[in-house]
Design a protein around this ligand. Structure first.
Ligand SMILES: [Zn+2]
Length: 86
């Protein structure tokens, strides 16, 4: 017999409070990876807007892989100031 829970939706599934997507139980953050990324990239975007920094500095400041920062730039999520060269 299957164990009963007060809220069947809560039983084995952990959901992201923002997008309601089911997350891995091992995922430690409150938000799912996609929402965590979204938050992070918003912070990064703001940081870049307010500071004259390179992709490497962004990666170090937010403790994220440089590859990820570069991927965001490539995908157009982040736009650096025109006078920034890497
Ligand atoms: Zn989410």
């Amino acid at each position: 017999m299957r164990p009963r829970f007060d809220n069947p939706e809560e039983d084995t599934k952990k959901r992201c409070p923002r997008c309601r997507k089911i997350m891995a139980k091992t995922w430690a953050n409150e938000l799912c990876p996609a929402c965590t990324d979204e938050d992070l990239y918003k912070k990064v975007k703001e940081y870049i807007t307010n500071n004259d920094v390179t992709a490497t500095e962004v990666a170090m400041e937010f403790d994220i892989p440089l590859q990820k920062v570069n991927a965001w730039i490539k995908e157009g999520f982040i736009e650096y100031r025109k006078n920034n060269y890497f």
